[in-house]
Ligand binder design. Sequence first.
Ligand SMILES: [Fe+2]
Length: 477
Amino acid sequence: MKSLRLLALCLALASVSVAAGCENTGTPATPDAGAPVDGSTPVARQVTYTPEGCGYEVVSAQVSSAALHSAVLGATPAPDHVHVSFSGPATSTFAVNWRTVGADTLTSQVLYGADEAAVLAADGPGAGVTVQSGHWMKYDRAGGFLVHEAHVCGLSASTRYFYKVGGAGAWSGVFDVSTSPTIGTSEVWRFGVTGDSRNEPTIFAETQARLQAAAVDMQIFSGDAVVLGPNQGEWDAFFEATNGTVSVQDVLARIPFMVANGNHDGLATNFLAQFALPQQVSPGERGEGEEWYSFDYGNAHFIVLNDTSTADLIAGAQRDWLRADLTAVDRAVTPWVFVMHHSPMYTCATAHGPETTLRASWQPLFDEFGVDFVFNGHNHEYERSLPIRGFASGTTEGQVQPSGAHGIPQAANGTVYVVAAGAGAPLYGVDQASTGYTVFAESTRNYVVIELEGKTMRYHAYRLDGTDLDVFEYTRP
Ligand SMILES: [Fe+2]
């Protein structure tokens, strides 16, 4: 009971980005406070800069100290927890985060190029090898460690790059990451969907091995990576997990990972510091621009929302941002529009019921702009809805639309709501008969691979053992 109370307290504290008082290791000391708790001279807590060649500004998370790369004091020991994502256009940029342990590892550099051998051999920029510098954020507790972040820009679409991170004399291994095809492409590409790794990182590692084997180009994750967002020990376990043969960090260093904030992540400083997501700060956003965001990949527009923010923001500033974002989408270029957030509006799980308040705030916009699919987690199982659009008169209960084979939409006549979660968290039960809108549900570990080729989607949900769970092909108008 005590531990439950502590968890509740910590989650409540995490929601206001204050980690003090929680049982944790390596968390920043009072990250939003004006002065260090030890009474020492205040230090820089946040940096803002425009990386060379990037058209966007980077804002670091607020930790006990943060600095640009200029304070180069050394670069040992070797970097780990390397992982990639997109903060700028996926056709021409990538961002990378990593960790070093030890207070004197203040170099945040990426060496990259299209020639693997040249990158492997380089100890600095040279022929075919370019350097980009980023910033570090220092966590004072647990002996101190640094989270580094760097942004690489000016790249070409559909191109494989090789890179390593660290500094002279102390580089990580060499990894490869590919940029998105030109936005609006009709060529084949695929993405993965998972969520809720939480208690069992080794199960998450298994989903990563499966997604890597499925050759996904990028992946989305609907939140709850850990049980307690401010607990750095859990994040360490998340990045270091292995299924015996495949390690999470080797996959995340190659396949860009775009994540939503879940209630357990709590928008903690650790979450914000360790993922580089689109940085534009919109009104009401607490998360240095990374709380809600959108990006294009291939011929799809992805919108990531934060359903843990206040009811006022969900129905106000975040909804306003959502409307503006959807209004700007050109369906001739990105016919596919996908939304991801953590807690489902439509679900038949027996643990958490549908979020009807979210429905009232966001579904009218999903309806108006014809969002194709919404991906959720929070309920640790797999389920898919019939196409839904509009509400029954006087209620917030969605109206099921006519559907074709496998319950798929007809002429994009409704939004499909998918829960694809349980990549580690304990499984929850499902009761398919309890709703009028569930096509298919199963309480099982799962991952989803979606292949797009123009306006055709080949959708494939798998059980964790690789067997078929939910398979269909759908062509939108
Ligand atoms: Fe959750």
